[in-house]
Design a protein around this ligand. Structure first.
Ligand code: PLP
Length: 407
């Protein structure tokens, strides 16, 4: 069966508009994806009919909101194939999920002289929390090097592992280059020295089939807004046996069992890590984003996006002055590039004038850009609703822009 691209595009109202007098081509999906009608309707429906604070409510609206909220937790559990829904913690996003682990697991289990390993490919949100922790604890941050294609050097990673390694925190798929890391191998090797592993799934969860039990990662962080869901919402998956050893993140309502002025006892997971009133409406709507993806099927999504990436590479490689950045063998649908003699920002502005939305700059990966000797790149990232005709518009646009400097 052919991919139902037109049917899918109809589900995304925002795509059907003109920008600067041209039909919008939205290729900024690694920054945030657009939302299907079902997610928007759920948000509206929640505030029109169901708004109430959740858990412990004695009335119908509170009961309904609680059920819908917990339904999403179960949907995320199935989506990641976690063993149980208690292993799914709602946060503000990938950034907060990683910080949660740094503040709780990190503060308790990482001591002076211990080592944390990350990779050169990391987003700032998987660098800075560990630097802060290392500074506080006197721990050491080690970085896996990469080759010029943007792939980690696995043998170098193995050399970095020691009995002092307490945590390996790596990106599953790079937002700047699209590289998919060999995470299963990384996890198994890290476990062999007794280290825990956190996967930054911000970019992988919308493109790849995820099975946290098979991967055997200890933590996975993700953002709903990169997965066709609402902004300001994310998930931390953690194995029960690891989460149970961790102290709470923030103190307040919901995360307690009993409070006296002398002593407080903490709630069970996941509530222990969800202090205060959560982002109820967005959590409820997130279920519809996951249902949307699940109905299409991740393998169909990946095949479609792979074909877009292959087509884009094919068309753009013949453009004089086109310089691809990040040519790993295993990639999600991210195309980073530069045009000879041009600043990425200028290319972005010129593409915008043609109705094509891309991102330019360092993509919150400054150390990676430094390693590649670049100030930044132009990044076109493709999603399930993008089409081959849009890729042709990108190629045509880039080709016109490149001709200015590359005659
Ligand atoms: N990690 C990666 C790989 C990302 O691409 C991003 C966002 O671009 C993040 C982490 C941070 O995600 P958020 O800003 O949703 O917390």
């Amino acid at each position: 069966m052919s991919f139902p691209i037109e049917q899918i595009r109809q589900m995304f109202p925002v795509l059907h508009q003109e920008v600067h007098g041209k039909p919008l081509v939205y290729f900024d999906n690694a920054a945030t994806t657009q939302k299907p009608q079902s997610v928007i309707q759920s948000l509206e429906g929640y505030y029109l009919h169901d708004n109430a604070n959740i858990h412990r409510g004695a009335h119908a609206l509170a009961d309904r909101a609680t059920r819908y909220f917990e339904d999403t937790r179960e949907t995320v559990q199935k989506f990641l194939n976690a063993k149980e829904s208690a292993e799914i913690i709602f946060t503000k996003g990938t950034t907060e999920s990683i910080n949660l682990v740094a503040y709780t697991f990190g503060r308790k289990f990482i001591q002076t002289g211990d080592e944390i390993i990350i990779s050169t490919l990391e987003h700032h949100s998987n660098i800075v929390p560990w630097q802060m922790l290392c500074e506080e604890k006197g721990a050491i941050l080690k970085v896996i090097p990469i080759n010029d294609a943007g792939e980690i050097l696995y043998e170098e990673f193995e050399k970095l592992l020691t009995s002092k390694t307490k945590l390996v925190s790596v990106v599953h798929a790079s937002n700047a280059l699209g590289t998919i890391n060999p995470v299963k191998k990384i996890i198994d090797a890290a476990h062999a020295v007794g280290a825990k592993v956190l996967l930054d799934g911000a970019q992988s969860t919308s493109h790849l089939e995820i099975d946290v039990q098979e991967l055997d990662c200890d933590f996975m962080a993700l953002s709903a807004h990169k997965l066709y869901g609402p902004t300001g919402l994310g998930v931390l998956y953690g194995k029960r046996e690891v989460l149970e050893t961790m102290p709470p993140f923030q103190g307040g309502g919901e995360m307690i069992k009993e409070v006296t002025f002398e002593k407080t006892t903490y709630n069970d997971i996941p509530f222990k890590f969800e202090a205060g009133t959560p982002n109820i409406g967005d959590v409820i709507a997130f279920k519809y984003a996951i249902d949307f993806l699940t109905e299409i099927g991740k393998s169909a999504v990946k095949a479609h996006e792979d074909s877009l990436l292959t087509y884009a590479n094919e068309l753009l490689s013949s453009v004089k002055g086109f310089i691809p950045v990040g040519t790993a063998k295993e990639k999600v649908s991210v195309l980073s590039f530069n045009i000879n003699g041009m600043h990425p920002f200028d290319v972005g502005v010129m593409l915008d004038a043609k109705g094509i939305a891309v991102r330019t700059g360092h993509h919150c990966t400054q150390p990676l850009m430094k390693r590649l000797g670049l100030e930044g790149t132009v990044r076109a990232s493709f999603a399930v609703y993008n089409s081959k005709s849009e890729i042709e518009k990108l190629a045509e646009g880039v080709s016109q822009i490149a001709r200015i400097k590359n005659k």
